[in-house]
Design a protein around this ligand. Structure first.
Ligand SMILES: CC(C)(COP(=O)(O)OP(=O)(O)OC[C@H]1O[C@@H](n2cnc3c(N)ncnc32)[C@H](O)[C@@H]1OP(=O)(O)O)[C@@H](O)C(=O)NCCC(=O)NCCS
Length: 325
């Protein structure tokens, strides 16, 4: 099903053209996903399970098309219509990197790597964007609007932006001298006063090892070998950081391991996905979790609108000039 409902309404192209070409892809994606709530009026009764299912399929199927549209728009290249005989990941690769001038042949190693990124990022319990989607949807709003709220939340660097931050860190070290500067950089990371962190290491929940990272590390090695990039300076640098951190007492004693973002950023960079689109790819993958969580919540007979409480700690009363108490 999700490899069938892949086309978006042709009107979306006009909406897309309203954006500046240099707009951040997440700004475009937030707008496009929200914009889909203006279509599909046949499936917006969220109390109807059939409608919810149709909206879920549409969202999951169309998200790769929207992400690829935002990329092609920035590149000034023609949009590639989806091809439904390809796999979910293969279709996305073709819409991203194909052009009408040549046949696009999907590389199975890259296709598998991307599929793994999608699966590993599909859901991760009550992270900020998922809670946002649930809270937003709890008012009974249009499902496309609720997912747009999730995209907006994911955009933040403290959430979906971690793999982008990791790649930016690698590029910074590379600009300062690359592998030769790793030791100096690590000293800064270990110095509490420097405020420098080794991006892509550590995790709030996984204190022993991020199980997703193991699989992503394998995938990373496969992709670099397939593309002949083992000697690319940036990837060599990443490997050196990984080697040192896995041996260094500071990281070992604190159980700080590379997390999924460390490797997924490297894989995406190797595939050719621009760094500022990493969070868009994450949003594409996380849509599966968002919509599943939304449906689970609305399907619960005891569900009510979300209403977090707030404790007011300010002044109990205040004098307003001109008003008598
Ligand atoms: C993810 C993260 C926020 C988890 O933070 P946390 O749960 O608060 O980590 P902890 O407080 O348990 O950290 C334990 C110790 O390791 C240090 N530490 C944690 N992550 C570190 C990192 N990436 N680089 C350097 N030191 C780190 C902390 O400073 C702390 O040191 P201390 O015990 O001497 O005070 C943190 O590891 C981090 O910022 N990582 C980099 C960003 C990143 O990759 N995020 C994506 C997560 S999927």
């Amino acid at each position: 099903m999700v490899t069938n409902h892949t086309m978006v309404n042709e009107q979306m192209q006009f909406f897309l053209r309203g954006f500046r070409r240099d707009a951040h892809p997440m700004a475009i994606l937030t707008g496009l996903v929200g914009g889909m709530s203006a279509f599909y009026h046949d499936s917006t009764d969220i109390n109807n399970p059939k409608h919810r299912e149709i909206a879920a399929i549409r969202l999951i199927a169309k998200m790769p098309t929207l992400v690829a549209l935002s990329y092609k728009y920035k590149m000034g290249q023609p949009y590639m219509y989806p091809k439904n005989n390809l796999s979910y990941a293969g279709n996305f690769l073709r819409m991203m990197f194909g052009t009408p001038c040549e046949d696009y042949v999907v590389n199975p190693v890259i296709e598998r790597a991307l599929d793994r990124i999608f699966i590993l990022h599909a859901d991760h319990e009550q992270n900020a964007s998922t809670s946002t989607v649930r809270l937003c949807a709890s008012s009974g709003t249009n499902p496309f609007a609720a997912i747009a709220a999730g995209v907006a939340c994911l955009w933040g660097p403290a959430h979906g932006g971690a793999n982008e931050a990791c790649l930016n860190m690698l590029e910074d070290i590379q600009a300062q001298g690359g592998v030769a500067k790793v030791g100096e950089f690590m000293e800064k990371v270990k110095d509490k006063n420097s405020g420098v962190k080794l991006m892509g290491f550590g995790h709030r929940v996984y204190k022993n090892y991020d199980p997703r990272a193991k699989l992503m590390q394998e995938t990373c090695n496969e992709v670099l070998a397939e593309l002949g990039l083992e000697n690319d300076p940036l990837f060599k640098l990443a490997k050196e950081l990984e080697r040192i951190a896995l041996e260094d007492e500071y990281f070992v004693s604190r159980k700080l391991y590379p997390n999924v973002d460390f490797y997924s950023g490297i894989v995406q960079r190797a595939i050719g996905i621009p760094v500022n689109l990493f969070t868009g790819v994450f949003a594409l993958a996380r849509t599966v979790g968002w919509i599943a969580q939304l449906n689970e919540m609305i399907g619960d007979p005891e569900y009510k609108i979300g209403r977090p409480r707030q404790l007011f700690t300010g002044s109990p009363s205040r004098d307003i000039p001109g008003f008598k108490r």
